[in-house]
Design a protein around this ligand. Structure first.
Ligand code: SF4
Length: 228
């Protein structure tokens, strides 16, 4: 089994529940959305080579011809870290759900696997095992979120990320949130490009609190720390 991968590297997770934790990142090519604020637009297209950084923060990269086999992907992850956190990202990683399942099977239970998804491909979840080692970071940016959230395998932890950008409606977001049981699900507000008008943020805080939600506002720490 093969997939087109943009890059594999080790760095510090900059977003959400695992912010600050060292992680191996596998960035897949391809996305089913076209968000105006996307900061990984280059991942929309297939890459000729997967850029593999064998040592974290080093300049040296190895250009591995695409497509990459699941076995080679697992080897590259293991070489970077024999345990710990692996973030599958993109693009949209669930376009490669079968491939991810195969990589997870090869690597086993020594890792926590984080799937950073736009929350629009619920049908892809059937390919992934119902495991507490697989964690879903789900963006709330599309009406398909509801079905996705409810389809996540029950043993897999999940958290929600709301990307705060000027076109996002507080009312519509609350309508969606109010339809799901939030018990124990962490909720993160992430200002797009780490910028938000304070009045706007105040509005979000007011409405979320009025509706009883517990949340954290978290910037993308890898951007201001200038980690990769
Ligand atoms: S879902 Fe993510 S990767 Fe896809 S276009 Fe939107 S921001 Fe970019």
């Amino acid at each position: 089994m093969q997939a087109n991968i943009q890059e594999i590297f080790r760095s510090i997770q900059g977003e959400g529940l695992y912010a600050g934790a060292p992680a191996v990142f596998v960035r897949f090519s391809g996305c089913n959305l076209r968000c105006a604020y996307c900061d990984t637009k280059k991942s929309w297209r297939a890459a000729k080579h997967c850029l593999y950084q064998p040592v974290e923060f080093a300049r040296h990269v190895v250009r591995v011809p695409n497509a990459v086999s699941a076995e080679d992907c697992a080897d590259m992850i293991f070489w970077l870290s024999p345990q710990g956190l692996v973030s599958f990202t993109g693009g949209e990683p669930l376009l490669r759900a079968k491939y991810i399942a195969h990589v997870i099977q090869l690597l086993g239970a020594n890792y926590t696997y984080l799937i950073e998804t736009n929350g629009t491909l619920p049908a892809a979840l059937k390919y992934l095992p119902n495991s507490p080692n697989i964690v879903y970071s789900i963006d709330l940016k599309n009406p398909k979120f509801l079905r996705f959230y409810k389809t996540v395998p029950p043993k897999s932890p999940k958290y929600i990320k709301i990307i705060l950008e000027k076109n996002l409606s507080i009312e519509k977001t609350l309508q969606i949130l109010n339809k799901i049981p939030m018990t124990g699900t962490p909720l993160f507000l992430q200002p797009v490009n780490n910028k938000i008008d304070k009045k706007e943020l105040q509005k979000w805080m007011y409405f979320l609190e009025k509706n009883g939600y517990v949340y954290k506002v978290l910037p993308q720490i890898h951007k201001f720390a200038r980690w990769k």
